[in-house]
Design a protein around this ligand. Structure first.
Ligand SMILES: CC(=O)SCCNC(=O)CCNC(=O)[C@H](O)C(C)(C)COP(=O)(O)OP(=O)(O)OC[C@H]1O[C@@H](n2cnc3c(N)ncnc32)[C@H](O)[C@@H]1OP(=O)(O)O
Ligand SMILES: CC(C)C(=O)C(=O)O
Ligand SMILES: [Mg+2]
Length: 516
């Protein structure tokens, strides 16, 4: 019989801390639904005191998600716990996660207190949180660098105060497996009431040890792992969900642990998180990287042809990556597209078949064969383009080359009945196009990053442009997709312009409400 390990996903809290622009409520909800389908037991979805936007996301997800328990983070302060409880109370059951640092460096240099003060704050916070729910998690931030006597005292007192889960974070990814496993073992040896709580771990990847540390912790008694999809998170990131889940799943017979994660959902969820968070996945990333199941050298290829398991310890199909393909071309019909989307794990309600088929045909005419990643990208972008647009790109014409000044002419529809034509020069065709768009919008937009990624393979791959731009101190993420990189660049900036327009409309609405 295998023992259950609880998977606590923090993609929408710790993972989101790593992003250059925060996610919208709609984007977070989409990821939350994917995590629910993936089978995470708990999802930590935000830090409600931190902003009204975060509060709203936590509340929306708590209302909508039914099969995973929703959790929110709070410092060891009553006002933070109040905000978390207020946002979460729309759910039937929820978890409040409260934390405070326990390492000497954090206690003295950051909190500017004594360890005893911090112990008292922790106990009070846990007791206070228990007024709202029985499911209270307490974290000893920077536990990996905390003197062991202090850590044992803190864990014992937090359990006594009513915490049902105690989390031991290696906040700065400093420990190595035998050391971290030793910390967990010591807690089990020395804390008298340890069996009254689930011991959890939350490891960061600063030294590339987060997954190894989490697994060693489980071998020493921990029964909850905190992790994120694709390992995104502060700095070098968190322990990667897909890696720990597949370690426990693949080696279940030997190790004796199981989780509720449905491996077949992994690839789809990973793609969604990467796409929405604007965080490309490195090609050699375990489980979900583009090369994770490709074999390049002759001896390996020969082996795989003779028996797949000579070089594959898990099959791509088991994590939702498909290999047997029906070629999708402009001669394909709606049925095969629907069938392929089902194989990729999408439900019919996840996309509009007619719309997807129309954009599929347009792409197939341009590039011949359409691949799975094209279909996923088209679905994703159709959904973005379905949002009401104030600025609509009608056409772009550019002239550029080695002996001419790059010039662009952009035609745009604004609102219901305005059509604007603008021409500009620039130091390249994209710059010239951006000059036109900036003039048309009249907005003082500052671009902080521009990234172009090839979606697919070969010269006819789709080019995805991701930009992060700030306006009035707020950051916005814009994306554009096309086989033409000037068009995808323009679409990304227009996406940002529409975000800004929406944000301004919300501001005006709020102002009017306050005046009333
Ligand atoms: C390891 C982690 O990932 S922790 C989670 C990190 N996440 C975030 O920080 C979320 C985003 N943060 C925010 O929105 C803001 O920082 C807020 C709303 C939380 C706080 O904002 P501010 O009140 O302006 O404080 P600021 O962030 O500048 O400083 C943090 C304060 O919290 C205190 N603090 C930090 N952690 C804790 C804690 N766990 N419990 C109690 N107080 C704490 C600090 O000592 C500092 O207090 P001080 O002002 O008395 O020096
Ligand atoms: C809030 C805590 C759990 C955290 O993210 C950390 O210590 O890394
Ligand atoms: Mg963390």
């Amino acid at each position: 019989m295998s023992e259950q390990v609880i998977i606590f996903d923090t993609t929408l809290r710790d993972g989101e801390q790593a992003l250059s622009a925060s996610l919208t409520v709609k984007e977070k909800l989409k990821i939350a639904f994917a995590l629910e389908r993936l089978g995470v037991d708990i999802m930590e979805v935000g830090f409600p005191i931190s902003s009204p936007g975060d509060f709203e996301s936590v509340q929306t997800i708590a209302r909508e998600v039914k099969n995973s328990r929703v959790c929110a983070l709070s410092r060891a302060l009553p006002k933070d716990i109040d905000a978390a409880a207020e946002a979460l109370k729309v759910a039937d059951a929820f978890r409040i996660h409260t934390f405070i640092s326990t390492s000497t460096i954090h206690v003295e240099s950051k909190l500017k207190r004594t360890f005893d003060d911090v112990l008292e704050m922790a106990v009070n916070a846990v007791k206070y949180a228990r007024n709202f729910t029985d499911d209270v998690e307490f974290s000893c931030e920077d536990a990996g660098r905390t003197p062991i006597d202090n850590l044992c005292r803190m864990v014992e007192q937090a359990i006594k105060a009513g915490a049902s889960t105690i989390n031991i974070p290696d906040t700065v990814g400093y420990t190595y497996p035998s050391e971290f496993g030793g910390i967990i073992k010591t807690l089990f040896d020395r804390v008298p009431n340890i069996d009254q709580a689930v011991i959890s771990v939350h490891c960061h990847d600063d030294l590339g040890m987060s997954v190894a540390n989490s697994i060693t912790a489980v071998e020493n008694g921990a029964r909850q792992i905190e992790c994120t999809m694709n390992g995104i998170g502060e700095r070098a990131g968190n322990c990667s969900l897909e890696e720990v889940a597949m370690i426990l799943h693949t080696r279940q017979a030997k190790m004796g642990y199981k989780t509720n994660i449905n491996p077949i959902e992994i690839a789809r969820t990973s793609q969604l998180v990467s796409q929405i968070c604007n965080m490309p996945i490195q090609s050699n990333k375990a489980i979900v990287g583009a090369n994770a199941f490709s074999h390049s050298s002759g001896i390996h290829q020969d082996g795989v042809l003779k028996a797949q398991n000579t070089y594959e310890i898990i099959t791509p199909e088991s994590v939702g990556i498909l290999t047997n393909k029906l070629n999708l071309t402009s001669r394909s019909g709606r049925h095969v597209i629907q069938h392929r989307m089902q194989e990729l794990g999408y439900r019919d309600t996840d996309y509009d078949l007619e719309e997807l088929y129309t954009s599929f045909l347009a792409l197939a005419d341009k590039k011949g064969q359409v691949f799975d990643y094209d279909l996923e990208a088209l679905m994703f972008f159709n959904q973005i383009e379905n949002q009401p647009e104030y600025y609509k790109l009608s056409s772009i014409n550019v002239q550029s080359g080695t002996s001419v000044v790059a010039t662009a002419t952009v035609v745009m529809e604004i609102g219901k009945d305005k059509r604007v034509v603008e021409a500009a020069t620039g130091n390249g065709p994209i710059d010239a196009t951006y000059q036109c768009l900036m003039r048309i919008s009249g907005l003082d937009i500052n671009m902080s990053s521009y990234k172009i990624t090839s979606k697919g393979e070969g010269k006819d791959a789709l080019g995805q442009v991701d930009i992060v731009a700030s306006y009035n101190g707020q950051k916005f993420h814009g994306i554009g997709l096309s086989t033409d990189i000037i068009e995808s660049s323009a679409k990304a900036l227009v996406h940002v312009m529409n975000h800004i327009h929406l944000a301004k409309a919300v501001e005006v609405k709020k102002k009017n409400l306050t005046q009333v």
